[in-house]
Design a protein around this ligand. Sequence first.
Ligand code: ADP
Ligand code: F6P
Length: 481
Amino acid sequence: MASPEITPESGETGDGPRAGTASFLVLANRLPVRRVTGVDGTGWETSPGGLVTALAPLLAGRTDAQWLGWSGTTGTDEDGSIEVDGISLVPVPLSRGEVELFYEGFANRTLWPLYHDSIVRSEYHRTWWDAYRTVNRRFAKAAAMWAAPGAAVWVHDYHLQLVPGMLRELRPDLRIGFFLHIPFPPVELFLQLPWRRTITEGLLGADVVGFQTEGGAANFRRLAGLVTEAEVNDHEVTMRGRSVRVETFGIGVDTKTLESMAADPQMQARAKEVRESLGNPERVLLGVDRLDYTKGLARRLRAFRELLEEGRLTVGRHVLVQVAEPTRENVRDYADFRDRIDRMVGEINGDYGEVGAVPMHYLHRHHDLEELVALYLAADVMLVTAVRDGMNLVCKEYVATRTDDSGVLVLSEFAGAAETMVDALLVNPYDIDGLKLAIEQAVTMGPDAQARRMSALREAVVASDVHRWADAWLDALGVAR
Ligand code: ADP
Ligand code: F6P
């Protein structure tokens, strides 16, 4: 689709935006694919994270829809829209400086830690805030330019919290939804933000604001009542005569696709090969995460190490496979975390490994969904030990593939998924002894207890799968399915 009359650059210089032709727009910091440069030139690969896993299949093939986002590079992007994997994409450019100040800075060193219980300290810099506002304005102008009259615009995640308010000013005719994929923090933490009122008002520019859990929605409603003059009711916040729905929309996975992948005989053969290549241990334990300090990986490794040390797990009989997807490597806390995990893995294998048998395998790279499903099928125990997580899709993916009701999920109470996945072995990852007990219980659990828990978990995951989540949003935004 050609760019409708004006380019993002002219939008920036103050030209009034004019309506485009898309009746449904998705705005997220990242496009579902990112541009990569290899020996054969540039191409596209899937972007990391749960947001893309959930949204990309919903948009594929929809001719009424467009996805606006960053291509992951600071090079020149196409002007106008391009089609990749059946989705019409509109790149929103970020300069090198904006990647540093907006993405690595305000998004990932101010907001991300603040919204995850301040696990590491947030930094507050006015230059980062300025970049956040500039980039949010660019997204709002781009959306205003591409959206058809009366279109629905669905804005995603913490990078773009000012967009609903900015876009409403530019295009009051649009229906605007905002969904936060990560936790929304308690008021006591959020109030640290020097720009707390502007962000709250930015979100209240939407018609519907959605959160992963009831706790997040409640935190936001309380905040809105505190920092703005809004009137707050059960599921509604009313400000300056306009009502905003504030609700819980817990995200899920595509259970049907995962089930059919798991049923494929080739996939099952691949899972068998995985177990064989691990030396056919009695129990395979698995972790699959972005290498993020919120995922509780250091605590998981500490528990695993102590269990080996105490002889409660045995090399050869028990193997841990940890898949860690590289993420945000230019952010200092992530680089430090990676060093720490590298060291812990090295120490575990160095101290407890034998010739021909290591306690754990550590795979620090992206894996395709096919590879992950083979690992899910090969794993007797899945470890999800996040110290805070908006939802966590990995635990839902694992459960969706366990169609024979075998396998055990150890799940952190601090993942949004724990709200509905109550038949997992729920753990407090800060309690290392409790975590060790749960891992021990998981590796010794008999088939009947596994089946009782897993069938209940599968019911819960199917009941809240990604299509229900999407349908609820499409209804809220008035978009045809
Ligand atoms: P987050 O959005 O914080 O990364 P989620 O668990 O919600 O966490 O979503 C992660 C998504 O990324 C899942 O769909 C999962 O399959 C995928 N994923 C996680 N780890 C990897 C990995 N090492 N390689 C490839 N994909 C991964
Ligand atoms: O789900 C949380 C999230 O921050 C998404 O918003 C994002 O797409 C994903 O993790 C991956 O992070 P990033 O876009 O910083 O690589």
